[in-house]
Each structure stands twice: as structure tokens, then as C-alpha cells.
Design a binder for this molecule. Structure first.
Ligand SMILES: [Zn+2]
Ligand SMILES: [Zn+2]
Length: 357
């Protein structure tokens, strides 16, 4: 058998397929042979330098496959078993992991996010899963590779906002941003019992996809007075919960404004800006400081136990993420897949990248 594999590697500010040695499983690791993968704007950020990434790193953090090699300290898996792993791969043992904030593994913000940033990622024919006992999860037989592929980042990230907000059953949820994370927040808000879901985008477009995955009203800033319309839709009270998944700083005060007194604002965005950048809170809509509104900032919650629960929602038909897979590529076309995601073409959400058996 060949000892080398094809991998999408960052080299000199560009991403290109290179031949690399197949990784060997360390004691706590499992090596997976990839069957399908996807990518997102975070991979584009690694290429552009927005996420500092060493030259020579294999990109990617969204993949499914079958177990190829099992490290000496890992039990409960068998070679050939279908598996996936979250896009964050925390150790499961450090203080932040033990406190439930595994996204910040190792004591640094986003410390659990290592694939394709500080260690080789999964846009390759094989990839290694660190702390596999904590991170690796079997895929149920009834879940296709394509559906499972949406769990490691899209659903694991998007569901974290509604889950952290703990909005009341039947409550109103407003979701800012309808990229793959916002769309996943929309579908999980529906699965979690939201009674009325309103999505907000900057521009028109994508309304039918937002409604397919759960939105009752799909608004945009160009054509709608967001605050007035949400007030009207909620009989003047505002929403129980706003999930901010747009990544745009200007959305944050809007999320505060559309939330009712006592409501929750769950921020899923990582904002960019200069070192002295800040977010503003509109005081009147904040109840002048005593409005009982809660602001949560959340980052993907991962680990095999949580991923297993998310996969169960897919298995039982409560979540169907496959409408988000808008284009299909063979792995040899992965460079084009990355270019097209980076271009943010309207109507294109996620690539499905498949590998030869
Ligand atoms: Zn991603
Ligand atoms: Zn940790």
C-alpha cells in the first residue's frame, strides 16, 4: 500500500494539493481514512493570513471517514468503522475542558481549534485525531456521509448558540447571519422548540433556504426595518433570544435591541478588528443597565458525547443539514472548492468533497 497521500497544504499564501506521508497514530490518536470533507470561511482565513497558520500545514477541519489505525491507548473503535470528529479537538483534561469550555482548551481563546491552524487538518486522504477517546465518534448506520459531514463544524457550532441560550419552549428566536453557522442555528432552534424563528441577513437572497431549514420570516437589512418588524411580530415585546452569527460587529447592538426584557443574546460570532475595537450596547434597548438581558459569548461545544447527540438528531430526522451542501467536488478539485467558498458566491453555502475508495 502507498505510504503517501494527497493533502491540501498551505504554502506561500496559497493552498495546493501536495503528496505527504500518511500520518501514524500516536498512543492517544486514531488515524482516519477520509471519505468526505468540507471547508468554510475559516479555511479561507488560514490562507489569507487572517488566522496565522504555519507554512506547510494541511488545511481543513470538517471530515468524515473510516478508522484506519488505532493508537495503543484508544479503545472502543475498530478498523473500518465509520467515524467523525468535531472541528475543535480539545484535550478533554485541562481546566477549561473540565469546566465545560473545551473550545478554549489549554487556557487560550479558541485553544481547542487546532486542525488546519496549529496542527495538520483533515483536507487530506488521511488525518490523525488527537485525544481520540474524547473526540472521535461513530456515525450511526442510518446517517449518510454527506449528512454526517455537516455535524463537525456547521451543526456543532450553530447549535451552540440556541443550546447556550436556553430559550423557553415556543419562544421567539432571531438569528442574525445565514451562512452555514447561522443556518445551523436556525435548524437547531427549530429542533429545540422555538415557536417563531426570524432570520436576518444584510441583503436579499437565500430566503427559501432559510425557510427550508426552519425560518418563519426571512428578513434583510436592505429592505426591512428589523427592529420595527420584530416588535410587530412579537406584539411589542421583542424576541426571547437573539443568536448573533453574522460576524459583523454592527449586528451586536441590533441583537440587543430586538431582544425582550429578560431575554438572551447568544453571540456565536468571532469579530475581527483592530486591537482597540469594541462592541457597543444601546443603553435604552438594554433597559438602561437593568433590563435583565443576558449576553452570552459562545464557541463550539465539541467532544464525542455531544457529537453523538447531534448525530442522533440527524439519524431520527429532527435535523436535515443536507440542503446546505450546495456543490459537489472530487478531492482533486478541492482547490476550486476553496476558491468558490472564498468568493462567497450567492446561493453557495457548503461544498461536499468526496474521495475515491
Ligand atoms: Zn469550518
Ligand atoms: Zn483541554
Amino acid at each position: 500500500m502507498s505510504q503517501t497521500m494527497k493533502a491540501l497544504v498551505l504554502r506561500g499564501g496559497k493552498a495546493a494539493i501536495e503528496h505527504r506521508p500518511i500520518p501514524k497514530a500516536g498512543p492517544g490518536e486514531v488515524v482516519v481514512r477520509t471519505t468526505a470533507a468540507s471547508l468554510c470561511s475559516a479555511d479561507a482565513a488560514c490562507v489569507s493570513g487572517a488566522f496565522p497558520t504555519p507554512d506547510g500545514t494541511v488545511l481543513g477541519h470538517e471530515a468524515v471517514g473510516v478508522v484506519h489505525e488505532i493508537g495503543a491507548l484508544v479503545s472502543g473503535f475498530s478498523v473500518g468503522q465509520r467515524v467523525t470528529v468535531a472541528s475543535t479537538t480539545p484535550c478533554g483534561q485541562c481546566a477549561n475542558c473540565q469546566r465545560g469550555f473545551s473550545g478554549h482548551c489549554g487556557g487560550t481563546a479558541w485553544g481547542g481549534y487546532t486542525y488546519g491552524v496549529s496542527r495538520d487538518g483533515s483536507l487530506a486522504e488521511y488525518f490523525a485525531v488527537p485525544s481520540a477517546q474524547h473526540n472521535l465518534v461513530p456515525i450511526p448506520d442510518g446517517v449518510t456521509d454527506a449528512a454526517a459531514l455537516c455535524v463537525p463544524d456547521t451543526i456543532a457550532s450553530g447549535s451552540t448558540g440556541p443550546e447556550a441560550a436556553r430559550f423557553p419552549m415556543g419562544g421567539t428566536v432571531v438569528i442574525f447571519g445565514q451562512g452555514h453557522v447561522g443556518l445551523a442555528a436556525t435548524m437547531t432552534a427549530r429542533a429545540m422548540g422555538a415557536g417563531l424563528i426570524v432570520t436576518v441577513k444584510a441583503r436579499p437572497g437565500g430566503e427559501s433556504l432559510a425557510k427550508t431549514v426552519g425560518a418563519h420570516h426571512a428578513l434583510n437589512l436592505a429592505e426591512h426595518d428589523i427592529e420595527a418588524e420584530i416588535r410587530q411580530l412579537t406584539s411589542g415585546t421583542g424576541a426571547d433570544c437573539a443568536v448573533e452569527a453574522s460576524g459583523v460587529r454592527e449586528s451586536f447592538p441590533r441583537a440587543v435591541a430586538v431582544t425582550r426584557l429578560g431575554g438572551v443574546i447568544a453571540v456565536l460570532s468571532s469579530y475581527s478588528g483592530p486591537d482597540d475595537a469594541s462592541l457597543s450596547v444601546p443603553l435604552a434597548q438594554w433597559g438602561w443597565g437593568i433590563g435583565d438581558k443576558t449576553i452570552l459569548s459562545t464557541f463550539q461545544r465539541s467532544g464525542s458525547e455531544r457529537l453523538g447527540r447531534l448525530l442522533r438528531l440527524v439519524e431520527t430526522g429532527r435535523l436535515d443539514p443536507t440542503p446546505l451542501l450546495t456543490r459537489h467536488y472530487a478531492f482533486d478539485d478541492v482547490e476550486r472548492a476553496l476558491t468558490e467558498v472564498t468568493a462567497r458566491e450567492p446561493g453557495h453555502i457548503k461544498p461536499l468533497i468526496t474521495f475515491m475508495d
